[in-house]
Ligand binder design. Structure first.
Ligand code: HEC
Ligand code: HEC
Length: 305
């Protein structure tokens, strides 16, 4: 009986102790070590006014009050030195949810109210006055390139991904001479239009997994923990179908285009994957694996379909 009660009290102690220690440690961290202190709702709302008042008080402190009482223009250091002290001790910086939201990319505005019909015209005719060939000449009639090769299919990609790529080609964040020339000759509105148009087109028929073997399949669906390689499908969706607005479809892109992009990420010549995930992952793959993955996503050569 005694043994039993002792066991229970040990169990209770084990349950209660860890949260208690965490609580004390957190409190110590916030108050005891001269940290920011407890985050209070008042501090969060109080942080707004000083920002708007700052411009008003700063010129007054450095200009009018200290300089006017008889000081000659020569005594410049005085006002600047005086400008520092008037700052009242800053209120505890509160954090608002907005501090954590990413800035909105510029291409988002290109897509606003973009007219896909105008984009279709542009894709079919190009912009001869500016020397831009029709997109269809290289990217195929309905955004599916008949020959594959270095030309990617645009059909099956989201308008957001397409707009981002065109904006990146335009700014030089993604380098490829043909597309840099094309994208720089287009206006923001025209980029929105072609991206909106291609975003409506269905991708090529699916043949993912028919080639490339088990090694490629494993990398797609499972990744390789030993190399800290997540499954491609984690981001690119099941069978390379693409996911969300910004992760491109891989299914049906030619072996050559796929391999070119993987090598470009690997060498760092393509670095518009904003946080560098593709640069990191491509470096952990062997040449043979990239070949196998290329075949896996591409399916049969175009003429065999
Ligand atoms: C002269 C041939 C040519 C023309 C014309 C052309 N492109 Fe391209 N495009 C390419 C090539 C080659 C690539 C592959 C670039 C690379 O390897 O990085 C490409 C890539 C792209 C990509 C990136 C696709 C992806 O999966 O990341 C987009 C988007 C694109 N083109 C849109 C267009 C649009 C829209 C037009 C018409 C206004 C157009 N292209 C006209 C050759 C062309
Ligand atoms: C953590 C998410 C993530 C994982 C995992 C991932 N990718 Fe990507 N991948 C991306 C993003 C995001 C892009 C688009 C980058 C950009 O904005 O240009 C991309 C782009 C690509 C492209 C270029 C496509 C095109 O149309 O130009 C290829 C090829 C590619 N990934 C292959 C792979 C392969 C193969 C794997 C598995 C070994 C993989 N990715 C794993 C996020 C990921």
């Amino acid at each position: 009986m005694i043994e039993h009660r002792k066991g229970i009290s040990i169990a209770v102690l084990l349950i209660v102790a860890p949260p208690l220690v965490t609580l004390i440690a957190t409190a110590h961290q916030m108050i005891g070590t001269g940290g920011d202190g407890l985050i209070r709702a008042r501090a969060v709302t109080a942080s707004a006014p000083p920002a708007t008042q700052a411009p008003a008080t700063a010129p007054a402190a450095s200009g009018a009050p200290s300089a006017t009482p008889g000081t000659a223009p020569g005594t410049a250091p005085a006002p600047t030195a005086a400008a520092a002290p008037p700052k009242p001790p800053a209120p505890v910086p509160g954090r608002s949810a907005l501090d954590f939201s990413a800035s909105r990319p510029a291409w988002e505005t290109f897509l606003r109210d973009a007219d896909p019909a105008a984009g279709k015209q542009l894709a079919a005719n190009g912009k001869p006055a500016a020397g831009v060939q029709a997109c269809v000449a290289c990217h195929g009639q309905a955004g599916i390139t008949p020959s594959g090769g270095i030309f990617p299919n645009l059909a099956g990609l989201s308008s957001e991904y397409l707009a981002k790529q065109l904006a990146d080609f335009r700014s030089g964040a993604r380098v490829q001479p043909l597309m840099n020339t094309v994208a720089r000759a287009l206006s923001e509105q025209e980029i929105g239009q072609v991206a909106a148009y291609y975003g409506t087109l269905a991708g090529p028929p699916m043949h993912v997994g028919e080639f490339g073997g088990d090694a490629a399949r494993k990398l797609d669906v499972q990744g390789d923990g030993a190399r800290a390689l997540p499954a491609c499908a984690n981001c690119h969706g099941l069978r390379g179908m693409g996911e969300g607005p910004l992760i491109p479809r891989l299914a049906g892109q030619s072996r050559e285009y796929f391999t070119d992009q993987m090598n470009a990420f690997r060498s760092g010549s393509r670095q518009n994957d904003d946080v560098g995930v593709m640069r990191a992952f491509s470096q952990r793959l062997t040449d043979a694996e990239i070949q196998a993955l290329a075949a896996y996503y591409a399916g049969p050569a175009p003429q065999q379909r």
